[in-house]
Ligand binder design. Structure first.
Ligand SMILES: [Zn+2]
Length: 368
């Protein structure tokens, strides 16, 4: 089912069914099971090809296709054996209930997400460290760590400022972007950035700039590019969202959400300790169970957690695209637990990191 490129996002208007009619069709058992399927996250995709039709795929014993059409007296179809025998099934109920929520969506499959995460993990050692650490040490050994010192170190250039060390050059952001096969920089632009390092902390400020331009040297002794982006030289944009383009397929929206978070993580001193780590993405309730096995924790609260926690790309009626995924935060300095994160991709390519809903609160980390 391809729901990319803004197709089939009509909000359902006409399909209505009374609970009484549903009971006649399927009986209370099927309604209860259908509701459970919906709550478990088993409806994998839902689209509205027209005002009177719904198509969906759902994960039962296998993956089944369901379609519902017609207005007041809907006709149902499901590819499962139970529908074949009885003319109705719990999958139809689950899809009907999902359709009533009025938003089409698609989920990203588990294998795909695991492969993407694995690929990013592989390059972590190469792209994430802050080069300021090594450069500061070298400068100290040379006794050259005073304000205003400028120079080059390997593939980096640096400037010692009043606030700390500014480092630029290197290919971390470019290397990271290459791991996301559905993303690229807008024609005529490239990605680059400045690092900041002050001994206690470090961060990276990604920038978008014309492809044929070199990243300007840092000349400001009193400011740093990460926390004072307004000090970044003219002709360079620090809001890079709209320069990262893709084909608007569901997978590409997911990739962009993850890429922007990973970009934030480059050069971060607290990398892995705060509230983001790529390994925190979870796809099934069983992973959450495993992670908290060693904790003294009340397991009854897990009852309301869906079985499947697949990333979901949904198309609300307001025209934006929402990317929702589950994240297990194990940070030392943040609230630990299971969170549902929702990003809002706006027209023009800007991405807002939106809701952060706590599904399971496992309390504060050791450094609250
Ligand atoms: Zn069925």
């Amino acid at each position: 089912m391809d729901m990319g490129n803004n197709k089939n996002r009509t909000k359902i208007t006409n399909i209505r069914i009374k609970t009484g009619d549903l009971l006649k069709l399927g009986g209370i058992k099927k309604i209860e099971r259908g509701k459970q399927y919906l709550d478990d996250g088993r409806v994998l995709a839902l689209e509205f090809p027209g005002a009177d039709t719904v198509k969906a795929s759902i994960l039962g014993g296998k993956k089944y296709s369901v379609s519902i059409s017609g207005g007041d007296e809907p006709r149902f179809r499901c590819s499962c054996p139970s529908f074949e025998n009885e003319g109705f099934c719990k999958h139809c109920v689950a899809v009907l209930l999902a359709a009533e929520q009025g938003t089409s969506f698609e989920t990203i499959n588990e294998n795909y997400v695991s492969r993407l995460i694995g690929g990013i993990n592989k390059i972590e050692d190469k792209v994430k460290p802050n080069p300021g650490d090594e450069i500061a040490q070298a400068l100290n050994e040379m006794g050259a760590a005073e304000t205003g010192a400028v120079g080059a170190h390997g593939e980096y250039r640096y400037r010692q400022t009043e606030k700390g060390l500014v480092v630029w050059g290197g290919s971390a952001a470019k290397t990271l972007l290459r791991k996301f096969d559905l993303l690229r920089m807008k024609d005529g632009f490239r990605i680059d950035g400045y690092y900041f390092y002050d001994g206690m902390g470090g961060n990276f400020r990604p920038v978008a700039m014309p492809a044929d331009m070199d990243l300007p040297d840092w000349t400001d002794d009193s400011r740093n590019p990460v926390f004072e982006p307004e000090a970044i030289p003219d002709g360079i944009d620090t809001e890079i969202d709209s320069y990262v383009v893709h084909d608007h397929t569901p997978k590409s929206y997911f990739q962009k959400s993850i890429f922007l978070r990973e970009l934030d993580d480059i050069g971060a001193f607290w990398h892995g300790c705060s509230d983001w780590h790529i390994k925190g993405i979870v796809l099934e309730k069983s992973e959450v169970l495993q992670a908290i096995k060693s904790e003294k924790y009340d397991f009854t609260e897990l009852k309301n957690t869906p079985e499947l926690l697949l990333p979901k790309i949904s198309y609300p009626a307001n025209g934006s695209i929402e990317v929702t995924f589950y994240f297990l935060s194990g940070g030392l300095g943040s609230t630990r637990g299971l969170f549902r994160l929702t990003d809002i991709h706006q027209t023009g390519g800007m991405v807002k990191f939106g809701k952060r809903e706590c599904i399971i609160d496992m309390g504060p980390g050791p450094i609250p």
